[in-house]
Ligand binder design. Structure first.
Ligand code: PLP
Length: 445
């Protein structure tokens, strides 16, 4: 493959943008390819190379790169009528109604512009609603580029994970390992009366795809109820992907107080949301006192894209097709690993998948995980599925980044550049794409 144009663009970019990119995950060694355009389930780079795309914008593109006719015409109409107004529009109400109709834990929604803004606002809302400062997050969870959740450490011994964040933020953020019910109970026993909220992804999607073991979310729900704390589900990745239109909370039958959305809810445009029970969401200004505001919030073009995308998904049985393709891919990968690299693991559910370059997950959890595999006895993967961030940390990240990712790219398959982030099958992928991808994995592994 020729990459001359991409290399030249990267050289230019390095002079005017830090690291040559606008989001750090895009900077791959020795240089990223620059995208010229998308085409269904593929992207074409600046040198004309074509790749089967499983990055899918890091999650927003459930339908792939070609917007259905209904989405395209709604986007064009709203852009042509004047991009935005600083006054409310009908399409915001329609999207909020759609979300409330389908997502069990949502009665009301406040739209924002990014997943980060959604989790920042959700944390402020929980603190405002409860009058408490502390939040609990999962070790190795990710909730965007925000001060309160960029922490490292364990329990109440935490510190900011990035320069530029005052220590005082971390003082209010406690951590537990995902899936560790005992650690959750201990933390609540000590700090329960000060905890405003537990913030967790229903499935860790930024750290190797880690599924909840049976009873983990139920334990969090119970602890929050017993201590007057709120349960916040960060469904920025899982929302409208895992569990279909009901999202992961529907799949796992858990009723969070607050839910954050991003990615798919905007159909590829910068839209995100904080949803939940009216009594809580109405604490946002101007109905309540918890300040929240945004020039671009509820942007009509993004609202139209999100609404028409979700309507298309609802009317076209997208989930059964896309999840079926992903299952074909996961089981094909499973066969390849059994044959060639039994030290690695296939993870994922619905349309999410990843090969994690480790198999060191300790068999230390009671119960079974709630991925595609539901019963421990019946699941060949269970013992080796990572159960928390620590398990995933064993992964051979160097080998992934230095050897595996470039080997897949050179065969025309675009995967997430690090070992941790989920990859996504989309509705525009075909059986032929899956077959070609499996062949490429076989060679690269
Ligand atoms: N929450 C989760 C679970 C995410 O995966 C992400 C981003 O990947 C965010 C929040 C932040 O979203 P954004 O990048 O739109 O700010």
């Amino acid at each position: 493959m020729n990459h001359e144009q991409s290399r030249a663009l990267y050289d230019r970019a390095l002079s005017v943008m830090p690291g040559g990119v606008n989001s750090s995950v895009r900077a791959v060694r020795p240089y990223p390819f620059f995208v010229q355009k998308g085409d269904g389930g593929h992207v074409i780079d600046a040198d004309g190379n074509r790749y089967i795309d499983y990055v899918m914008g890091y999650g927003p593109l459930l339908l792939g790169h070609d917007m259905p006719e209904s989405v395209q015409s709604a986007v064009q109409r709203h852009a042509a009528e004047g991009p935005m107004y600083g006054a409310p529009t009908e399409v915001e109400v329609e999207l909020a109604e759609f979300v409330a109709r389908h997502v069990p834990g949502v009665e009301m929604t406040r739209f924002v512009n990014s997943g980060t803004e959604a989790t920042v606002s959700a944390v402020r809302l929980a603190r405002g609603y409860t009058g408490r400062d502390k939040i609990v997050v999962m070790q190795s969870g990710y909730h965007g580029a925000q001060e309160s959740t960029l922490v490292e450490g364990e329990g109440d011994h935490t510190a900011p994970s990035s320069p530029g964040i005052p220590e005082s933020f971390a003082e209010h953020t406690l951590t537990i390992p995902f899936n560790d019910r005992e650690a959750a109970r201990e933390l609540f026993a000590e700090h329960g009366d000060d905890i405003a909220a537990v913030l967790t992804e229903p499935i860790l999607g930024n750290y190797g795809i880690v599924h909840p073991v049976e009873g983990f979310h139920e334990t969090l729900r119970e602890l929050c109820d017993d201590h007057g704390s709120l349960l916040i589900f960060d469904e920025v990745i899982t929302g409208f992907r895992v569990g279909g239109l009901q999202c992961a909370q529907g799949k796992f039958d858990i009723d969070p107080d607050i839910t954050t959305f991003g990615k798919i809810v905007g159909g590829g445009f910068p839209v995100a949301a904080v949803g939940g029970k009216s009594e809580i969401i109405e604490q946002f200004t101007p109905a309540g006192d918890v300040f929240q505001s945004g020039t671009y919030s509820g942007h009509p073009v993004g609202m139209a894209a999100g609404l028409e995308t979700l309507r298309y998904v609802a009317e076209n049985d997208v989930y059964s097709r896309v999840n079926g393709l992903a299952e074909d891919l996961r089981s094909g990968l499973q066969d390849i690993l059994e044959d060639r690299a039994p030290e690695y693991t296939v993870v994922g559910t619905d349309s999410m998948f990843k090969v994690v370059f480790t198999r060191d997950a300790p068999d230390s959890f009671e119960g079974h995980c709630e991925a595609g595999c539901t019963q421990r006895e019946e699941c060949s993967r269970y013992d080796h599925c990572p159960k928390n961030g620590h398990d995933v940390t064993q992964a051979e990240t160097e080998r992934w980044e230095r050897l595996f990712w470039p080997a897949m790219k050179e065969q025309g398959v675009f995967l997430t550049a690090n070992q941790f982030e989920s990859q996504f099958v989309c509705d525009a992928h075909t059986d032929a794409d899956i077959e070609e991808t499996l062949e490429a994995y076989k060679t690269a592994i």
